[in-house]
Ligand binder design. Structure first.
Ligand SMILES: [Zn+2]
Length: 76
């Protein structure tokens, strides 16, 4: 895992540590609280992971919201 990805993973876990727990809408859709403002980002888990946050759309890499959700539901 690259340093950048490693950092995103740590940021994702810090969201959980703060007590901002992703909300499960159903088994494929989650809302993850933002650390920067009061908005929530939708994370979708189908064959792979996607996040509506623009960074993810641009980079096609897992973002902190995805790491947060993965940690919560997959316990990894
Ligand atoms: Zn995201």
């Amino acid at each position: 895992m690259s340093d950048v990805q490693n950092l995103r993973q740590i940021k994702g876990y810090s969201i959980l540590a703060k007590g901002d727990i992703p909300v499960m809408i159903n088994k494929e859709n989650f809302l993850v609280p933002s650390q920067l403002n009061h908005s929530k980002y939708k994370v979708i888990h189908l064959d792979g992971w996607t996040c509506e946050y623009m960074n993810f759309i641009k980079r096609k890499q897992l973002c902190k919201h995805i790491y947060t959700t993965k940690k919560l539901i997959l316990k990894t």
